[in-house]
Design a protein around this ligand. Structure first.
Ligand code: CA
Length: 736
């Protein structure tokens, strides 16, 4: 209906003895012959907000003025009606930023919240946006739309919070943008912890779930519905047309832990892990697009429990295997406790297309505990094309409980499945098979239209080249002046640094000369570089000597700090020479302190001579909670000589199966007199190990301790003189 703006001030709000200045704009609409007043209150401060919010009537709109609102504990409680909801919105899209320790709780009936941006801070509560005020006051029939939460991270990675928690019933969450979560806890959850939150019929649609980097432990899910305790209860939540962009926190992109949900028309792009039907029965997964883009560990759907339906989905360019396959049908635990694996019973998997996928895993996870193979299930009318000219199917136990029929495949599947497939040279052209119609959603159709989708951060070498001359503290000054992505080009000579350099942006330091001996760095503190925030470092063609470092235990040339917010750091070392790290014991080249994380460390063509500590010390998470310090460490064409603490020490504790890392690759490198009572490499709990073409002498063998998962191991042409083996493996897993 056409509305007429009258701009009438209505004076006081009935607050006795208080002069009220908050005059709403009135809008009178002529709806079906009835005059209705719609009031709009523009507030400029938290005090004004708190005064106005108490007396809101159905149809009212409360507007936060454009600007920054800091430490705002925003509580929005009201009783709207279906025809006349109560609205809370930012003045203009993108104009209202909530920062510091801000959060939002909404509770009541028929509320609509829109146009808010949370950034530059973190929630002091368990949640940033909560669909309840407290455990007894929930939101119903309410909507949150066009809200952004970006990089709103607790600086302590282990502090657990959730950005959005839905409680109550019949709520809607749409066109929102959630990206860049780094600390523990799912990005978004639907809770079923009271009856008022069960059978909730929430609708979650057209949201943009932006990049979630690897977390380095369990607790990095992007979305979860329910918990194991309530998993036999129906949630009946619709998750439709959302875009999951590089959501790679852990093995579960989505952890479905309740029944009767629908995942329809979502796109999963380059996201590690799977949509995991972890607990609860009767969920439908249809018309989704899983596009791995060939990125590592990308998967599709992992099926557990009874009556799950997976139909008309498109699975494409997915490289994951085992728990992260394009399709994973798990083995269950007989008479499973509620928090373990219930047997797959009655799964319907039909009309899906699998194109260029690495693995379809059947009866996955079979072991002494998970011994119940899938039953009463069907796999019908699917198109299956594996990668690299082979069938992607693997069966780890009896799969006779899955009936295969009318499928078409590019390559002959494993022998037990042959009857259910015809083999075609062009399976995608087979009529009546595979996914058809619309699947997935376009990225641009999700999130607020007015907020840009996240990129991948600043890249190394994307900025300007800046020339630096040798001298005292010239690096500290140059680093401080540089912008993210800049390249500092060091002229030959001696660089001595008297202070620790705090690095919170990606930078490259490289020598002007090809010979590292021409350009030498020394430092007088216990560290030179200390990474936090977005700190990332690339160093090329330089020498570093520890000779001027203080006589203290545990120095390290490059370290992290947990004292300020740290992201996922990246370190690249190329053609670097490190020597004279001997002033006291345990002097390392690179060290991650506890609760910090490197996404990648790449080392190539580098030399490490005379170190009392480990060259790479990445083992501080020894409390076995499943956290670790590095996702991927690669060492190539490098030499280690007289390194007492070992070339690398990597520790991943805990027994859960939630992570893809750590991954360690060491190729074509030499080790001479490395490890004094220590293995030359000490690798605990890592998930991928590749050792190829390495030679060692005067050193103790590398040691690999297997604690959990099914590590992928590749060993070729490694040699340790005067010893039986280059690598000693110890397996602490429960055996079948
Ligand atoms: Ca998990």
């Amino acid at each position: 209906m056409r509305a007429l703006f009258l701009s009438v001030a209505v004076g006081a709000l009935g607050v006795a003895g208080c002069q009220t200045i908050l005059a709403p704009t009135e809008e009178v609409s002529d709806v079906s012959g009835l005059k209705e007043i719609q009031r709009e209150f523009l507030v400029q401060s938290q005090e004004e907000y708190n005064q106005v919010v108490k007396d809101l009537q159905p149809g009212d709109t409360l507007v936060l003025a454009n600007g920054e609102w800091s430490d705002f504990d925003l509580v929005f409680v009201g009783q709207g009606t279906k025809e006349r909801p109560i609205n809370l919105k930012g003045e203009t899209p993108g104009g209202v930023v909530l920062n510091g320790q801000s959060s939002l709780r909404l509770a009541g009936q028929h509320l609509v919240v829109s146009n808010l941006v949370f950034k530059n801070g973190y929630t002091p509560r368990n949640e940033v946006v909560s669909f309840r005020r407290d455990s007894k006051t929930l939101a119903f029939n309410s909507r949150v739309t066009n809200v952004v939460i970006e990089n709103y991270n607790n600086p302590d990675r282990k502090q657990r919070d959730t950005w959005v928690a839905m409680y109550g019933q019949n709520n809607e969450f749409d066109h929102n943008h959630l990206s860049g979560k780094l600390n523990a806890g799912p990005t978004m959850i639907v809770r079923l912890n009271t009856e008022d939150s069960q059978n909730n019929n929430h609708r979650i649609h057209h949201n943009y779930f932006g990049p979630r980097p690897v977390f380095g432990s369990n607790g990095g899910e992007t979305f979860r519905i329910g918990t194991s305790a309530y998993s036999l209860t129906n949630s009946a939540t619709l998750v439709e047309n959302n875009y999951f962009d590089r959501c790679s926190g852990e093995v579960e992109i989505i952890s479905n832990k309740s029944g009767g949900n629908i995942y329809r028309g979502n796109t999963f792009y380059k996201s590690r892990g799977t949509l995991t039907l972890r607990h609860g029965n009767g969920t439908l997964v249809e018309n989704n697009l899983f596009d791995g883009g060939g990125a590592p560990f990308t998967g599709g759907v992992r099926v557990i429990n009874a009556q799950q339906t997976i139909r008309n989905n498109y699975f494409k360019d997915l490289t994951g295997r085992r728990f992260s396959g394009a399709l994973v049908v798990m083995n269950g635990v007989p008479n499973s406790p509620i928090n373990r694996y219930h047997q797959v019973d009655g799964a319907v998997i039909e009309q899906n297309t699998f194109e260029n996928v690495e693995a379809i895993e059947l009866a996955e996870g079979a072991d002494a505990e998970r011994s119940a193979a899938p039953v009463n299930s069907t796999f019908k009318n699917n198109i299956v094309i594996g990668r690299s000219q082979r069938s992607p199917f693997n069966a780890y136990d009896d799969v006779s409980g899955i009936s295969f029929s009318d499928n078409v495949s590019a390559y002959s599947p494993v022998s037990g499945l042959k009857n259910g497939f015809s083999v075609s040279t062009n399976p995608l052209a087979e009529a009546g098979k595979g996914a058809s119609g619309a699947y997935g959603v376009e990225k641009d159709a999700t999130g607020p239209t007015w907020y840009p989708k996240s990129g991948a951060g600043t890249a190394f070498d994307s900025g300007e080249e800046i020339k630096v001359s040798p001298g005292e503290n010239s690096l500290a000054i140059a680093v401080s002046d540089a912008n993210a992505g800049d390249v500092l080009v060091l002229a030959p000579g001696y660089y001595n640094e008297a202070q620790i350099i705090s690095l919170q942006k990606p930078l490259t330091l490289k020598s002007q000369s090809d010979d590292p001996a021409d350009t030498v760095i020394t430092f007088e503190r216990r560290q030179l570089f200390q990474l936090s925030g977005d700190g990332a470092l690339k160093m090329v063609g330089l020498s570093v000597s520890g000779e001027k470092a203080p006589d203290a235990v545990g120095n390290a040339f490059i370290s992290t700090t947990a004292k300020s917010a740290g992201g996922n750091h990246v370190l690249k070392l190329k053609n670097m020479h490190f020597s004279n790290f001997t002033v006291n014991r345990s002097f390392a080249v690179v060290e991650a302190v506890k609760d910090t994380f490197f996404d990648k460390i790449y080392v190539v063509d580098s030399v490490f001579n005379d170190l009392t500590g480990a060259a790479f010390k990445l083992d501080t998470e020894t409390d076995d909670f499943g956290f670790y310090n590095v996702e991927k460490l690669v060492i190539e064409n490098s030499q280690f000589k007289n390194v007492r603490g070992g070339a690398a020490v990597v520790y991943r504790g805990g027994r859960d199966e939630s992570t893809f890392g750590p991954s360690v690759v060491v190729r074509n490198s030499t080790f001479e007199n490395v490890g004094s009572g220590e293995p030359l490499l000490r690798l605990h709990g890592i998930q991928t190990l590749e050792l190829n073409g390495n030679t060692a002498s005067g050193s103790s063998p590398a040691k690999f301790t297997i604690t959990t998962g099914i590590p992928k191991v590749s060993l070729n042409e490694n040699e340790l003189s005067d010893a039986d083996a280059f690598l000693v493996t110890e397996d602490l897993r429960k055996r079948k």
